[in-house]
Design a binder for this molecule. Sequence first.
Ligand SMILES: Nc1ncnc2c1ncn2[C@@H]1O[C@H](COP(=O)(O)OP(=O)(O)OP(=O)(O)O)[C@@H](O)[C@H]1O
Ligand SMILES: [Zn+2]
Length: 708
Amino acid sequence: MSGKQVELYVENLDCENDAAKLKRGLTGTPGVLDVTVYPKAAKVILTLDEGRTSPDAVQERLEGLGFPVRRQRGKAGTVSPWKNPKVLTSLASGALLLAGWLVARAGFPPAVTWGLYLASLASGAYYFGREALEELMLEREVGIELLMLVAAVVATLMGEPMEGAMLAFLYSISEAMEGYTEQKTRGAIAALMELAPKVALVRRDGRDVEVPVEEVRVGDTFLVRPGEAVPTDGVVLSGTSSVNQAPVTGESVPVDKGEGTTVFAGSINGEGSLEVKATTTYANNTLARIIHLVEEAQEKKGESQRFIERFGRRYSPLVLLAGLLLAVIPPLLFHGDWGTWLARAVVFVVAAAPCALVISVPITLVATLGTAARRGVLIKGGTYVEQLATVKVVALDKTGTLTRGRPDVTDVRLFSAWAAGPGNTEAKLLSAAAGLERYSQHPLALAIVRHAQQAGVQVAEVQGFQSLTGAGATGRYEGTPLYVGSPALFQEKLGVRLDALEQELARLQAEGKTVVVLGDEKSPWGLVAIRDTLRPNARAAIAALHAAGVRKVVMLTGDNERTAQALAREVGIDEVHSDLKPEDKAAQVRELTRTHGNVAMVGDGVNDAPALAEATIGVAMGAAGTDVALETADVALMGDNLERLAYALKLAQRNHAVVRQNLALSALVIIVMVAGALSGAFTLPVVVVAHELSEFVVIGSGLRMLRA
Ligand SMILES: Nc1ncnc2c1ncn2[C@@H]1O[C@H](COP(=O)(O)OP(=O)(O)OP(=O)(O)O)[C@@H](O)[C@H]1O
Ligand SMILES: [Zn+2]
């Protein structure tokens, strides 16, 4: 059964409890086939059977459940806290608490004071109390909310209504704060969408008309004037300009754009005017996809978060049980005073509640993922952040990763024996080589075809083209089989000797050039040397990786040893593995993982897909233009800058440090407070305040990851 997918952003959805409630509310609604809730993004993705329901009906249902639909994404960060019901009930609770206290001091009868305190308790506990009970009854789980509710109610029953009310008020305000900060943190990424303009100047019937960006269709031509932002992704039809694409790639150095180049939504045009053909709709542009992927990543918990959640699920019931035993055992067995021990039990339950512990990981992670994305590094979930922090080896593909992947022919040499034949010229060699290579997508093939065309050579007709993966290609030229490929293909597979040009070959390879041989089954015709330029900052990027604590930077390539070594020396690579087939690359990655630990593999996905899949973390570079890389990589560097990987490693290490500090701090606070509670040194107000303070400190500390 297939249905229509609808993506909705809703208000008031800010934690797992809300998510569970929303899911319960919608599941079973007629026509709703599937519900996926993204609490951190405040987003719901629904699959609807349109025959039985409509998006409007579902919106109404959501409104009824207390989750009204927001009109636009990206508004998350701008939602006013004064409209949030959790904030409002909490503030009411505070006001009533204050009133109760004032009234008590003014000497009003206790009934009035009690009334105000009880109202404060009810208002403060309205949301978390309901959550506590729903969790208990529907999911059979004891949550922190229940610990707090029980403590507040028991304190009140013991004749301390002010303490009960204060607990409810402080806990509710910290909950509201937590929800609000999380919303704001994740809003930071959705706000990127605001960078794309609201209207586009589209050419319709020969005139330029302003239309809302949502109405731009694929294939439309739109105009981007100097200084304007690009409304959606497209290919430049005419004009030249330098464009700042920082929202997408995180790099504010302007990039030159001209006919045939790609521009991304949200980029800021420089001095020139560009005419662009839209390649995506507004909803599907790269910026929107980045936001979507980050929102998904923010839901994907890392190992440590899952561990803490599991721990929390077992720990909270134990706290409640221990509190119960604490209240009854000493009085029953050791003649303790009932009142004293009940009070201590209440203090203990609050002291031991693991609020700060539970929040420390997710808040930090949400901030880290958002910050990384704004700097052009898309990390697909908590697990990868954790693994990035402990990367030991970085493996790099050569073509397209260390080099630009747009090689050029530098030298052509003929074998004298072949050149002695009638009509055997460089032009004929190039014509035949280009005839074969025009069927191949390999960067080397493109270089050869381009060179032949520039030399004004007629490209020959070749039949029966066949690609020999990782070695070259073959086809029939003037009736005989012809081969183009690596020297190894000729020497080992075909048994053709290359002696006459052996020295020349070695010299070219030592210069870092890739040498391709052309020849038939009996004799070689000539050599074509091709050089790909190294990326300008490759050397700096590799130094940065070492500085970030990477033990080994390794090159994995299908090219020959000499060429690979020459390039590796130029950029400071530690180890080279050459002449690798795609499956050999994967095997190398496995071996590196076994001997050193976590391996990050950077590649372009052309002949290294198996290796990318095998690595702990598969990293794609220049992912902004290529959909597949963006979707399949574990970490996507949006721009073409390898230095961003070192940035990602450092960011992950900082995330790791902040999480560790947070966990240590919250554990320490719990230990001190529990000790104080058991010994009777701390009263309820003391632990409540300390508890909430520690939570604020942890949130504030996690938010440090927003700046990096
Ligand atoms: N279409 C082709 N034309 C000429 N030579 C080819 C072709 N395809 C492969 N080869 C030869 O086979 C070798 C290995 O190719 P492969 O695609 O595995 O790796 P690569 O492009 O050299 O480098 P990397 O593995 O770093 O991407 C090339 O260096 C080249 O010598
Ligand atoms: Zn708390």
